[in-house]
Design a protein around this ligand. Structure first.
Ligand SMILES: [Zn+2]
Length: 123
């Protein structure tokens, strides 16, 4: 069964999402820059016990993973803003169908429609 296509964004919806993207990108970039400092403060050569060293390594790995996640979202937000500038925002970058306002409100940086996103996650 084929899903009904999502309607195109209205101008007001597009403007709202563009503002959300600008804010999201600024927030994520600041968070990535801030967490870089936090991750750097874990000094692995400090004279600490074996267990706390493992804790420190674990914490550093988690900080790196969350920073990578934020950096990825920030770059998706920037990519979405450049699609905006080209008048292609709101189209799935894979199938070119409208992504849909509800999904974009939840994740304004989303490059794919729900159908393409879930088929990518299944691979
Ligand atoms: Zn798609």
């Amino acid at each position: 069964m084929k899903r009904a296509p999502e309607p195109e964004l209205t101008d007001a919806q597009a403007e709202e999402l563009r503002a959300a993207l600008v804010a999201l990108e600024a927030e994520l970039s600041a968070a990535v820059a801030g967490s870089q400092d936090a991750a750097a403060t874990v000094k692995l050569d400090a004279p600490i016990g074996r267990l706390s060293r493992m804790d420190a390594i674990q914490q550093q790995k988690m900080a790196e993973a969350s920073r990578e996640g934020m950096a990825l979202r920030a770059s998706q937000a920037r990519a979405a803003l450049s699609r905006f500038a080209e008048g292609q925002y709101g189209e799935c970058v894979s199938c070119e169908e409208p992504v849909g306002y509800a999904r974009l409100r939840a994740r304004p940086e989303a490059p794919f429609c729900i159908a393409c996103q879930s088929s990518r996650e299944q691979r």
